[in-house]
Write a protein that binds this ligand. Sequence first.
Ligand code: DGP
Length: 114
Amino acid sequence: MADECIFCKIASGKSPANIEYQDKDMVAFWDVNPKAKIHILIVPKKHISSVVTLERTDEKLVGEMVLAARQLARDKGLEDDGYRLVINAGKHAGQVVEHLHLHLMGGGPLGSMG
Ligand code: DGP
């Protein structure tokens, strides 16, 4: 846990969030500043600052985060029309919280990224 990290605080229950799912490795909660009708963040409980600092030993954790996102998408009824999973890494991507997180967005057209 990083002392000043807001996502560590949410993951440990020290700060509030609208939590959708959690298990021993991760927590998923609604984004406070949603960019889509459904916008949920999937966050590892372990403090990892970014994809940039991921280690080979985090491989299973990241896979589990993607599978948890898929399950949430399923539960929210997003599978038929689709959804987007995004991980921002660093300044040019606009990463503002330096704790790895996977965005799940859907519930309406998201626009093209290309
Ligand atoms: P990124 O740009 O990938 O670092 O996105 C960070 C997202 O985290 C952004 O969409 C807003 C959200 N966020 C930041 N602080 C909080 C918080 O304290 N609570 C919740 N629920 N979301 C937060």
